[in-house]
Design a protein around this ligand. Structure first.
Ligand SMILES: [Zn+2]
Length: 285
């Protein structure tokens, strides 16, 4: 069995501020500090390595890593475990799940994941971007952990491990089930503060959990998005909804809310990426 690692950055041990995760050319207008960012991406790469080591020890035949943060060019190739392949770069059809359709992929790990938008006292909590206030599946609020599980589920692939801050882990397990192994590498204090484990300790816990998760992989079930489920998105401004409803089969569901009913997980991915592109307008003309 091959494992896909969807590697985000905000949930990395030692990371608690946007300055740790914003590359020099980063989107969103966050302040960037080269030294802090370089530290953040090294920690991210080391946590991914711990997950790779665990996966291989647990019997995975190959590990593919998908850089899933910001412009998706954060992992330091030379520092990565030599027995992996990795994706870098943006505008991938499956986004944070790019690679899940590769033949033989049987499980997904989430590393460096963060809590969903609107979570109190969770470092760097958001969903996809700073201007998406909520995503709901039939009224149930979810985050990137839910969006990506629905895409993986379309390809019959379950999520078996999540690492990140305590609330990212708890929300993922609440949404997907307690059979998903979790490693909380830090406890949230505020939106920009956390109580961290030592990075080396976090990495050893990730290694152990990854090995166990691969050994227990048969007990995992994919999250399959059923046809007819209503997806709702709340934006921060009505102007974004004005544009998002230009996509086919997308309806207005509120002043700042749109809704659509995808046929399956892949249609969901395509519609979501389309409406997010439409809604990503400049708010200051
Ligand atoms: Zn990110």
């Amino acid at each position: 069995m091959k494992v896909l690692i969807s590697a985000d950055m905000e949930g990395t041990c030692g990371v608690s501020s946007w300055v740790h995760v914003t590359p020099p050319e980063g989107a969103g207008g966050e302040p960037s500090n080269q030294t802090e960012y370089e530290r953040g991406r090294l920690r991210m790469t080391r946590e991914v390595n711990a997950a790779i080591e665990g996966a291989l020890a647990g019997g995975a035949t190959e590990v593919i890593v998908n850089d899933s943060h910001d412009g998706m060019r954060n992992l330091i190739g030379e520092e990565l475990h030599p027995d992996c392949r990795y994706t870098s770069g943006n505008d991938k059809p499956l986004g944070m799940m790019q690679g899940v359709d590769i033949d033989g992929i049987g499980a997904v790990f989430y590393t460096g994941y963060h809590a969903r938008a609107g979570t109190p006292n969770a470092p760097l909590a958001h969903t996809w971007t700073g201007w998406l206030n909520d995503v709901r599946f039939d009224g149930v609020s979810t985050g990137e952990f839910g969006i990506n599980a629905a895409i993986a589920g379309h390809f019959g692939v379950p999520v078996i491990l999540v690492t990140g801050d305590d609330q990212a882990v708890a929300q993922t397990q609440e949404f997907l089930g307690q059979q998903v192994a979790g490693v909380a590498v830090k406890q949230g204090i505020s939106s920009t503060a956390a109580l961290h484990l030592h990075p080396a300790k976090a990495q050893s816990l990730i290694r152990e959990a990854a090995e166990r998760a691969v050994r227990n992989e048969r007990s995992a079930t994919p999250y399959v998005l059923q046809a007819g489920v209503t997806i709702e998105l709340d934006f921060d401004h009505q102007a974004r909804a004005d544009q998002a409803v230009l996509a086919q089969s997308v309806e207005r569901a509120g002043v700042r809310t749109i809704a659509f009913k995808p046929a399956d997980g892949l249609a969901f991915c395509k519609q979501l990426r389309t409406v997010m592109k439409l809604a990503s307008i400049r708010m200051t003309p």
